[in-house]
Design a protein around this ligand. Structure first.
Ligand code: ADP
Length: 454
């Protein structure tokens, strides 16, 4: 203020002095008026430049003027720079926010108060088969033609979600979407979509599993309680009682096997993958399986069943020995159970293509028709339910084998011709098989054995 007043005074004094020199007292007065007019003209010129620049609203092009107007321009420039910075910051944040929504695994659609699509992310576009550019401003109910969704949308109560078949999904690849609507802003809606196909499948599998286990346990339990009732109510001769007790023991054994298989499966699912630091000679695993096969053949009354084990190659297998043993024994056990007396079973370990090793169990049993092969390793899947039960099967054996093989990085292969026989092969990667150490602890390779089970 002082500087401005001082400058004005200098202009007046300058004008007065010049007028005085030229015209005396009157000249001084006129000179003062001329000084004031000049000051006013210069000030207005500066004000006009500043105002013209302010009207552009741009940070660039600020005039370089002094005095009050210079300071006003300087402050305005700072305010503009700050606003620009805040705008850029807000834009960056909005972009980061949109990026997060774009990459969200859930579909996000913004609807205007009329229900038209304002924006959607790529996931939503995939879920609903939308084109994010073409379908903007389309009414959501016109694009999502599902009675469940229209009812939900028009119902106005969005506390729960609705599950609909994904548009365009076929019965072969039926996908299911869970949809949520959340009101926001002034009458707008946020539509969220989530693919729940896998969740629903897992839930169905869990329900089926519980139903299967209950059914498997209920059958022997019913038989057992029937026998208990009979023994309680009837005074049976000793021989008859003995027969009943043997049948009861069989049913109890069946339940025990089932529970033990279930525990094996749950252990396999819950435990960490087996490392390759524990090595078991192939001969150890194969001779144990051979002993079991012979015992089982006898127990099942198959005296003429030929069980041939090829000589075990001098290699060791890396992984969890108990799991590997259980997988091999399951395959050999199945071959013994399903192959009729006088049939032949061959077991061996040999190099296979791709530097892998193949542990094969070949039988001349009933074989399995092609349509059953893809489902054999499902829990409780049986081709011949009664034959499986008769021979003490739980329907879990191949599920266990598949789990074990996968945990060891291998593959279970089944080839079968109905009426001729089957071959079950465990294909192990080269990393799981190594030559046997020739240290004293190792057992030499066994000679080929061939015998009848009985
Ligand atoms: P199970 O306890 O019923 O044998 P698995 O999971 O071991 O259950 O086998 C599933 C089904 O595969 C069996 O019920 C049987 O129908 C069929 N199967 C398995 N191994 C053989 C085989 N060697 N020969 C014929 N069928 C077999």
């Amino acid at each position: 203020m002082t500087a401005r007043a001082l400058l004005f005074a200098i202009f007046l004094a300058g004008g007065a002095a010049a007028g005085w020199v030229l015209q005396g007292q009157l000249g001084a007065l006129l000179g003062m008026a001329a000084g004031a007019a000049l000051w006013f003209a210069i000030d207005s010129f500066q004000a006009t430049r500043v105002l013209r620049w302010l009207r552009t609203g741009q940070l660039r092009g600020a005039p370089t003027v002094g005095g009050w107007w210079g300071e006003a321009a300087h402050r305005a420039r700072r305010a503009l720079a700050l606003r620009e910075e805040q705008k850029e910051d807000a834009e960056r944040r909005l972009e980061a926010f949109l990026d997060a929504i774009r990459t969200s695994p859930n579909g996000v659609v913004l609807l205007d108060p009329e229900g038209r699509i304002e924006w959607c992310n790529q996931t939503a576009a995939g879920h609903f088969g939308l084109d994010p550019a073409r379908d903007l401003q389309q009414h959501v109910v016109h694009l999502l033609r599902d009675p469940g969704f229209s009812g939900f949308y028009h119902g106005g109560s969005y506390a729960h979600d609705v599950v609909i078949p994904a548009p365009g999904s076929t019965s072969a690849s039926a996908r299911r979407l869970a949809l949520h609507l959340h009101p926001y802003g002034e009458g707008r809606l946020l539509l969220l979509s989530r693919d729940v196909t896998a969740v629903e499948q897992a839930e169905t599998m869990r329900r089926d599993f519980v139903a299967n286990v209950s059914h498997e346990i209920r059958t022997p339990l019913t038989v057992l309680s029937g026998f208990v009732e009979t023994l309680e109510s009837l005074d049976l001769p000793k021989e008859e009682r003995g027969r009943y007790l043997r049948l009861m023991a069989q049913q109890a054994q069946r339940m025990q096997t089932l529970v033990s298989d279930l525990l094996t499966l749950s252990r396999l699912e819950g435990s960490p993958l087996p490392g390759a630091n524990d090595w078991t000679p192939a001969i150890t695993l194969l001779s144990q399986a051979e002993q079991e096969a012979r015992g089982m053949g006898k127990a099942l009354g198959k005296p003429a069943l030929q069980v041939r084990f090829a000589p075990a190659p001098p290699v060791a297998i890396g992984g969890a020995a108990s799991e590997l043993q259980s997988a091999i024994s399951n395959l050999v056990g199945n071959a013994v159970r399903y192959t009729p007396d006088a049939g032949t079973i061959e077991v061996g370990l040999q190099p296979a293509e791709g530097s892998r090793w193949e542990l094969f169990v070949r039988d001349t049993g009933p074989g399995i028709s092609a349509e059953h092969l893809p489902r054999l390793t499902e829990r409780f899947y049986r081709v011949d339910r009664s034959r499986s039960r008769e021979t003490g099967g739980t329907g879990l054996g191949l599920a266990i084998v598949k789990h074990v093989v996968q945990r060891h990085g291998g593959e279970l292969k089944v080839t079968s011709v109905q009426g001729t026989g089957s071959t079950f092969s465990i294909l192990l990667p080269a990393t799981r098989v190594r030559p046997l150490d020739t240290t004293p602890a190792d057992t030499p390779a066994q000679p080929a054995t061939e015998s009848t089970a009985g």
